[in-house]
Design a protein around this ligand. Structure first.
Ligand code: 5AD
Length: 439
């Protein structure tokens, strides 16, 4: 979602007549789009502001600096005084993305910084403006904000309450993505399976998937993220039945202990989650699963953590994203639950979790050797010429050499192609293969 906000801001600046540069020294304006979901992400802003100050002193021509995203929303005016004298010209809240060019003008014309972090309920965004950063995949927002208030999570504070985008706007943007040559769309929302179309109340997320699937020209549909609590039969059947919907489900778990899940206010138990996984596997045997895990949530005992490990072993995820708990401002946990798992213990738990997961996914990848998959090529290898990589429907990264390199056709040509690849070798994070046929 943060990347897509950057695409929108870049597009708005294009419209306003700015040109992109990859060299900080050339820039008249630098926009830092921040994330505050974890403390580590937030710290990056302060590092970047320090770099820009040094740059300004060196060149004698400091660029205008705009801070956008969740840290801007969270800190507001305080950013202007609280950052060790770094000069910030614009502070732009998460609901005010569309105001960026106007605020830059305002700050340029006066000596004061422009701050705008007010709420804005209109989640419309003009079609065709976002400057998409990926040649193959288009991000498309369906919901902004969240009302769930999981105890650890800052999002309801930084992105506001949940607002649905009109179905007509979503379908028009999918159409536009197809026309711009994109082969895949990724539907975005904090809880995508909460979706209800404001312009068609009978349309839920499963129905939205059906309507997106019916748009000609799109090859693949992904979405992030559903909440396990709202994942029911209609969603499972939509994934099973719709040919373009990828057979991969990212189902954030956070903890394998029902006790910790309750403290986190996730509103489901370990058994309910395992039951959902069982139903997904029954309906779609080849579906892959991935998840998010937080280690060291307040009060997490080593027995609770063992329950996470045992669930990970049971489910056999193709990948996981794991995080050490960090206190986020204004969250329920920050107000009520002491951050009582030591830093060393959090490190020990995340290391144990990641090493177990590495073993599991290496095993899953080894089982793919000898099988053939459709791979949507999305980038060329940085290390090897004439090698490209893409993903299977299950989201496994597959690397392979392009057969016609040397005939004057570069690897670049392969980006966006759907290719059948036979897997020959497995690693922990990706697999290697060769083209099965060039059809
Ligand atoms: N500490 C650690 N991880 C967190 N996440 C969200 N909030 C926190 C926090 N306070 C993780 C969750 C979420 C992912 C996007 O970030 O796992 O699913």
């Amino acid at each position: 979602m943060n990347v897509h906000d950057s695409e929108r801001m870049a597009g708005l600046l294009d419209q306003a007549g700015y040109e992109p540069t990859s060299d900080d020294r050339d820039a008249d304006v630098i926009v830092i789009n921040t994330c505050s979901v974890r403390e580590h992400a937030e710290d990056k802003l302060y590092t970047r502001l320090g770099e820009l100050r040094v740059l300004g002193e060196e060149t004698g021509r400091p660029p205008m600096v705009a801070v956008a995203g969740c840290v801007a929303q969270q800190e507001g005016d305080a950013l202007l005084t609280g950052t060790n004298g770094h000069v910030i010209d614009v502070v732009l809240g998460t609901q005010r993305v569309k105001m960026l060019p106007i605020l830059l003008n305002k700050a340029a014309e006066s000596s004061a910084s422009a701050v705008d972090i007010a709420p804005w309920d209109d989640v419309g965004f003009p079609l065709g403006i976002a400057r998409r950063s990926d040649p193959v995949k288009a991000y498309i927002t369906i919901i902004e904000g969240c009302n769930d208030h999981c105890a650890f999570c800052v999002v309801p504070n930084t992105r506001g309450h949940e607002r649905m985008r009109a179905k007509a706007d979503i379908l028009a943007e999918v159409q536009e993505a197809v026309e711009s040559g994109r082969r895949e769309v990724q539907l975005l929302g904090q809880i995508v399976n909460h979706y209800r179309a404001p312009d068609d109340p009978a349309c839920d997320f499963a129905q939205l998937l059906r309507e997106v699937d019916a748009i000609g020209g799109i090859e693949r549909i992904r979405f992030a993220s559903p909440h396990p609590r709202h994942a029911g039969t209609r969603l499972i059947e939509a994934i099973r039945d719709l040919p373009r919907v990828c057979k991969h489900l990212h189902l954030p778990l956070q903890s394998g202990s029902s006790r910790v899940l309750r403290a986190m206010r996730r509103r489901h138990t370990r058994d309910e989650y395992l039951d959902l996984v069982r139903r997904v596997r029954e309906a779609i045997p080849n579906a892959t699963l991935s998840t998010d895990i937080i280690v060291g949530f307040p009060g997490e005992t080593s027995e609770d953590f063992d329950e996470t490990l045992s669930l990970i072993r049971t489910v056999q995820y193709h990948s996981i994203f794991s995080f050490k708990y960090s206190v986020r401002p204004h969250t329920l946990a920050s107000q009520r639950l002491p951050d009582d798992v030591s830093a060393d213990e959090k490190t020990a738990r995340i290391v144990a979790l990641q090493s177990l997961q590495r073993e599991i996914q290496t095993g899953l990848h080894e089982r793919l050797v000898g099988t053939t998959h459709e791979v949507l090529v999305d980038h060329t290898s940085r290390r090897r010429q004439a090698e490209v990589a893409g993903r299977t429907t299950g989201n496994t990264v597959v690397n392979f050499p392009v057969p016609d390199a040397g005939n004057g056709r570069g690897a670049e040509d392969w980006i966006g192609r759907l290719v059948r690849v036979t897997i020959r070798r497995a690693g922990p994070y990706s697999v290697w293969g060769e083209v099965a046929d060039s059809g």
